[in-house]
Design a protein around this ligand. Structure first.
Ligand SMILES: [Zn+2]
Length: 227
């Protein structure tokens, strides 16, 4: 991009170095704490941009195609060396094009990353609604299997004769509910015995982890809640 220049001091021929006055640290410091001085400092720095000889730091550089430079060059350089300089100049142009490509690719990747990150974070937001679904799923798995309810019902009916007139086995929110209607003549000892039968049968047929609500009714009211 920059022209080939000749240093009037040391005779260097090539691309100059970009030099700028001031200090990047001071510039950052001013920007961080005092916006206006930072701005002024930045403007002053960028206006001070100038080209210097990379070899000796001399500011007096003249274009290669100027008569003075041509004279200097012809005196000091062979034809071969001149061709080399021209070759370098062309390579430098190619390099700038490559660098522009790299920058564009970099910007493209950066934008892509931002899109990916934002899509991931929006997915996370969506996934926050998932737990309610999984809770519903786990509630379904908390339900006592109908076969277990049926087996318990059959078992309790098998025990019924001489003890109770009716058995109702059901469930609510994953809890077992058993109602046994004991014969009106059953005394407390008998009812305690029924409780044991209910508990044994329920633990045998109902998978563990479900609350067991076992009630013995007598004469239309709860005679005992077996726990
Ligand atoms: Zn120089």
């Amino acid at each position: 991009m920059s022209k080939i220049l000749v240093c009037t001091q040391c005779g260097y021929i090539g691309r100059p170095k970009n030099a700028i006055k001031g200090n990047i640290a001071i510039e950052l410091f001013l920007w961080l704490f005092f916006i206006i001085p930072g701005l002024i400092y930045s403007v002053w720095r960028s206006s001070s941009r100038h080209k210097v000889c990379p070899k000796c730091g001399n500011k007096n550089l003249i274009p290669l195609d100027s008569p003075k430079a041509q004279k200097m060059v012809k005196e000091e350089l062979t034809k071969e060396e001149l061709e080399n300089i021209e070759k370098k100049q062309k390579e430098a142009k190619k390099e700038t094009k490559k660098n522009i490509k790299k920058i564009l690719i970099g910007v493209g990747i950066f934008i892509l990353l931002i899109i990916i990150i934002s899509s991931i974070s929006s997915n996370n937001k969506e996934s926050k609604s998932v737990p309610t679904n999984s809770k519903e799923v786990s509630n379904i798995s908390d339900t006592i299997p109908e076969e277990s309810i049926q087996a318990l019902n059959n078992d309790l009916n098998g025990w019924a004769e001489g003890r109770w007139t009716d058995v109702v086995v059901g469930q609510s929110d994953g809890e077992l509910l058993v109602r046994v209607y004991a014969q009106s003549g059953a005394n407390e000892v008998a009812i305690n015995g029924y409780c044991k039968v209910l508990k044994d049968s329920a633990t045998k047929y109902i998978p563990s982890g479900h609350k067991l609500n076992l009630f013995i009714y007598q004469n239309g009211e709860v005679a005992k809640a077996c726990s």
